[in-house]
Design a protein around this ligand. Structure first.
Ligand code: UDP
Length: 238
């Protein structure tokens, strides 16, 4: 339904929850491996891939602060959770033969590389998948905003937001049988209608830099590679 275009460099954003399978918490290794294979199929097409992974399967800052923890401390714990997820995905990607670098917004040299923009670009040029960990490195942000920031810095052509559903709907398609999927929608409509695509700061940052966001289902086997090949259903926010 939409014109096919080829992408040279993209950023895949997934939530931490995408890694937990049917469990209520943490990492489900077969699910992590499945996602690694989805990424590998796109990598095999010669597309340069950046990844940002959330931390919600382990810890969310808001949840910690609701339990009485100081907010910034809780947010740092959330950022550390994203590093654990990044390491798990790196391990799975290397398990299927894809060279991967984890680069962290918070330096922790024994664990992964610090984020240095030019070095990250070089990794991409050499065909390595680069996973950006620790969000933006700042409390009060989310990994959606980190994804938009890094996609801009890396000059990605689009953000691919892998979710449980195949696009953006006017209401929750899990709860409403008559929910309607948008083929395309503007950033402003997402903000005005308060649609749950990414948080408002991420949407605004994408809008101000004309960075398209493609929302698709990561549960659909072959979904990611399919969309890059011009198939499948998704919503483009632009
Ligand atoms: N976080 C943060 N700054 C960032 C990115 C993340 O403080 O730049 C913290 C925040 O507490 C957040 C947690 O890390 O709740 C996990 O990230 P997020 O909620 O975005 O994960 P997701 O919902 O995508 O799994």
């Amino acid at each position: 339904n939409k014109p096919t275009r080829t992408y040279k460099r993209v950023l895949l954003k997934i939530s931490g929850e995408a890694l937990m399978g049917d469990q209520g918490f943490g990492l489900h290794p077969p699910t992590v491996e499945r996602i690694a294979r989805e990424v590998k199929s796109v990598h095999d097409m010669g597309v340069e891939i950046c990844m940002v992974i959330g931390g919600g399967n382990i810890f969310r800052g808001l949840q910690g602060s609701a339990q009485g923890m100081e907010r910034t401390t809780a947010d740092y714990m959330g950022m550390l959770a994203t590093v654990m997820n990044a390491l798990a995905v790196q391990s799975a990607l290397e398990g299927v033969g894809v060279y991967t670098r984890v680069v962290s917004a918070i330096p922790m040299d024994q664990v992964c590389e610090p984020y240095i923009r030019r070095r990250a670009v070089r990794h991409l040029e050499k065909g390595r998948v680069v996973i950006f960990a620790a969000g933006t490195g700042n409390p009060y942000f989310t990994t959606d905003t980190a994804a938009t920031l890094r996609a801009n810095e890396m000059a990605c052509e689009a953000i691919f937001k892998g979710t449980k559903v195949d696009g953006v709907y006017d209401k929750d398609p899990v709860k409403h049988a008559d929910a309607k999927r948008y083929d395309e929608i503007t950033y402003d409509d997402v903000l005005v209608k308060n649609l749950k695509v990414m948080d408002a700061s991420a949407i605004a940052l994408a809008r101000d830099n004309n960075l398209p966001i493609i929302v698709f289902s990561l549960d659909e086997p072959g979904g990611f590679v399919g969309i890059l090949a011009g198939e499948g259903t998704y919503t483009i926010v632009h």
